[in-house]
Design a binder for this molecule. Structure first.
Ligand SMILES: [Zn+2]
Length: 330
C-alpha cells in the first residue's frame, strides 16, 4: 500500500514534468561539473529512483541529508520545512557465522565472519531527507573545479569499451544492434567536443544493451513504445555519466518522446523505477560498479584499477573529497 502510493506519487510528479519538458533527463546541463544529488555526511550519491525523486525537486543545491544527520553536524532543519521521501531496497542481509556451539566463527584476524544472505522478500526502507536549502547553519556549497579533463576521460571510456564507432552518420547519431556499431556524424558537425562525447556516450548507453552485454531487446522500431523505453534508459544513464565525467548533458531533440514517456509512466508507475535502475546498470558497465562512496572519479588510475577487477580503492574517499569536500561547520 505504502509502496504503491510512493511509486504513484513519483510517477505523477515526473509525468507533469515530462509534459512541461522539465523532467530531470529533459534538462540541459553545462559541461564541467554538474553535481548529482548526494549526501555530504556519507559522501554517497543518490542512485536509481532516488536520484530522480531528488532531482525532480528542482533544488539548486545538490546536498541532501536526514534530520538526524543535519543535527549531528550542528545544523538545523528550518521549522515547517517538508521532507522528501526516498526509499531503499534491501535484497540481502549480513549474518554472523556461528559454529555448532553458537559461538561466532572468527577469521584469521580474529574478526567475526559474516555471510551475505539473500532475502526471500526484499525489504523496503523509507527515508526522509531535506535539501541544504531547507537547513540552517550549513556552510554554502563549495564547488571545486574538476580534477581531470572530461574530454580525455570520455575518450578513455570509449577506448576501454572497445566499441566500434564510425563517423558516417549523415544527420543523427545511432547505434545499430545488428552490427553492434555506433554511427556518429563527423566530429566537426558537433557544436563542441563536450557535446560530441556526450552524444557518443549516449550511444554507448544503447551499446550496453547488446546481446553480449546486458541483453536488452533493441529491436523496437523508431517511434514505438519499446523504443521510447530504451531511450528513457539511455537518457537517464547519459545524465548520470555526463554529470560524473563533466561532459555535461544535452537532451537534444527528445521532445518527440515526451508523449510516449508520459503514457508509459501513466500505464505503469513502476516503469520509471525499472528505468532508473537499468540506467545505473548502463552507467556501471562503463564507469565501474564496486564503489562505496559512489562519487567515484573515473581518473586514469581508478579506471586502471577497475579494469583490473574488483579491488578496494583506498583513494576513493580522497577523490570524493576532491570533488565534494565534506561539509564542515564554519
Ligand atoms: Zn538514443
Amino acid at each position: 500500500m505504502e509502496k504503491q502510493s510512493f511509486s504513484e506519487a513519483v510517477a505523477q510528479r515526473l509525468i507533469e514534468q515530462i509534459q512541461q519538458g522539465t523532467a530531470p533527463w529533459q534538462r540541459r546541463s553545462e559541461p564541467g561539473g554538474y553535481p548529482l544529488p548526494f549526501n555530504p555526511t556519507s559522501g554517497t550519491r543518490y542512485k536509481g529512483i532516488n536520484l530522480l525523486v531528488l532531482m525532480a525537486q528542482e533544488r539548486a543545491d545538490q546536498r541532501w541529508m536526514t534530520y538526524k544527520q543535519a543535527q549531528a553536524n550542528g545544523y538545523q532543519v528550518r521549522r515547517g520545512e517538508k521532507a522528501t521521501q526516498i526509499q531503499y531496497w534491501k535484497f540481502a542481509v549480513e549474518r554472523q557465522r556461528k559454529d555448532a556451539a553458537g559461538r561466532p566463527v572468527l577469521d584469521e584476524n580474529g574478526r567475526p565472519q559474516v555471510d551475505i544472505v539473500k532475502l526471500e522478500k526484499p525489504q523496503v526502507f523509507l527515508a526522509y531527507v531535506f535539501n541544504a536549502e531547507q537547513i540552517e547553519g550549513i556552510p554554502s556549497q563549495v564547488k571545486k573545479p574538476i580534477a581531470w579533463d572530461p574530454i580525455e576521460e570520455a575518450e578513455r571510456i570509449l577506448q576501454l569499451a572497445k566499441a566500434r564507432i564510425t563517423h558516417d552518420a549523415p544527420d543523427y547519431p545511432f547505434y545499430r544492434p545488428s552490427t553492434d556499431s555506433i554511427h556518429l556524424p563527423d566530429r566537426g558537425r558537433f557544436p563542441s567536443s563536450a557535446n560530441y562525447y556526450a552524444t557518443a556516450l549516449h550511444e554507448l548507453g544503447h551499446w550496453t544493451g547488446h546481446e553480449t552485454r546486458l541483453k536488452r531487446d533493441l529491436s523496437h522500431p523508431y517511434g514505438s513504445e519499446g523504443y521510447a523505453r530504451e531511450e528513457l534508459r539511455a537518457e537517464i544513464a547519459s545524465l548520470i555519466v555526463g554529470a560524473e565525467l563533466g561532459t555535461g548533458y544535452d537532451p537534444a531533440q527528445h521532445a518527440a518522446y515526451a508523449a510516449s514517456w508520459a503514457k508509459i509512466l501513466r500505464d505503469d508507475s513502476l516503469e520509471i523505477f525499472r528505468a532508473a535502475a537499468d540506467a545505473e546498470k548502463y552507467r556501471n558497465i562503463f564507469m565501474g560498479s564496486n564503489s562505496k562512496p559512489i562519487f567515484r572519479m573515473p581518473s586514469r588510475s581508478m579506471i586502471a584499477l577497475w579494469t583490473a577487477g574488483p579491488k578496494r580503492v583506498n583513494s576513493l574517499s580522497e577523490a570524493t573529497q576532491l570533488w565534494w569536500p565534506r561539509a564542515t561547520t564554519p
